[in-house]
Write a protein that binds this ligand. Sequence first.
Ligand code: ADP
Ligand code: 5GP
Length: 193
Amino acid sequence: MIGKLIIITAPSGAGKTTIAKHLLAEYPLLEFSVSATTRPKRIDETEGRDYYFMTREEFREKIKNGDFIEWEEVYNNTFYGTLKSEVETIWISGKVVLFDVDVKGAINLKKKFGTNSLTIFIKPPDINILKKRLEGRATESKEKIHERINKALYEMEYAAYFDKIILNNGLSEALQKAAAIVEGFLFHSYGSS
Ligand code: ADP
Ligand code: 5GP
């Protein structure tokens, strides 16, 4: 079966997780698609809630078995992927899937699911503010922040590929805008093309 899906994408640090958590708290119809990743768990993350953390060998095995809808080497030697089983379980429960994926993953999901899916790009005000947010979050080393900023410069060029763009400058405004877009899609099927 195929249900509805909402895909949030952006450069790292733009505010995807913050906005996704707000939407999940506001709309019980939404359920988060927990991805698999080979990156180390952060101190505030929980296995099975934020990600399924696994070794590269385990991840490769899942690729081989065809367990992923999509997967990417998002950063050098660090893999992320959406499990088929995760999405199917959410749809069977009658809910709408909420994704937090990188730009390439979002484009691939949109290609696959078309008008059943809504893609939302979260745009940071500028690259310096993005860097400050990543530094403020303090979850990555200086080196990893550098890698994420480099990727962000490239990802920003893809904003126009998505159904909706939300500028995340003032957080409360961004949250309001996200809620309005999501309501339109959930209850009136607006927004997806
Ligand atoms: P992402 O999931 O896209 O990597 P996060 O949601 O983790 O981004 O946000 C990165 C950091 O920026 C977090 O510390 C978060 O609290 C902060 N943040 C998010 N939105 C804003 C905003 N509008 N203004 C200031 N800080 C923000
Ligand atoms: P983080 O390490 O900050 O949690 O995530 C890094 C990047 O990987 C983010 O852009 C996030 O959206 C992306 N990501 C998380 N899960 C997936 C996934 O399943 N597939 C893809 N393609 N990207 C993902």
